[in-house]
Design a protein. Structure first.
Length: 152
């Protein structure tokens, strides 16, 4: 796993720089700083993983109404067991993608448990928009065996 990161720019440690277009009250007050590993679905191989894989649906142009603040966050898992469960439960599409892990501290953003009916373990992560998360992630699942010498 990556080593602890240096804060970007001249900002105060522990105070993330969120996207400037976040709506008022976002991230929500009940989103919490976290120290630990989170997991995120990224592009299908052979496409290169980029920082855009960590962008919110709003940053990627989603204009659908509703859940405005949550749409400015990214969907993540906080437990590898939940990743494995979803790989099995959503076998028709999820195993075609890579899953990456990255370590976060309060410098990286905040997280909130945002369960859905089919994903009771779903979390939303509002990230520091100045950090390139593609530079600090590690592939933990890939459908391409060559990317996974120690595949799960």
């Amino acid at each position: 796993m990556p080593t602890r990161l240096r804060p970007c720019g001249n900002r105060e440690a522990g105070v993330p720089n969120y996207h400037p277009e976040l709506p008022p009250g976002c991230p929500p007050n009940d989103a919490a700083p976290m120290t630990g590993t989170v997991f995120r679905r990224t592009k299908k191989p052979p496409t290169t993983i980029t920082n855009q894989d960590f962008h919110s649906s709003r940053e990627l142009g989603d204009q659908a109404p509703g859940s405005e603040c949550q749409r400015w966050g990214t969907s993540v898992w906080v437990d590898m067991a939940d990743v494995l469960r979803d790989l099995e439960n959503f076998a028709a599409y999820l195993p075609k993608y890579r899953i990456v892990a990255f370590d976060v501290t309060p410098d990286h953003g905040v997280i909130k448990h945002t369960p859905t009916n089919d994903r009771p373990h779903h979390h939303t992560f509002w990230r520091d928009a100045t950090i390139d998360f593609s530079e600090i992630c590690t592939i933990v699942y890939s459908p391409v065996a060559a990317e996974m010498p120690d595949a799960i």
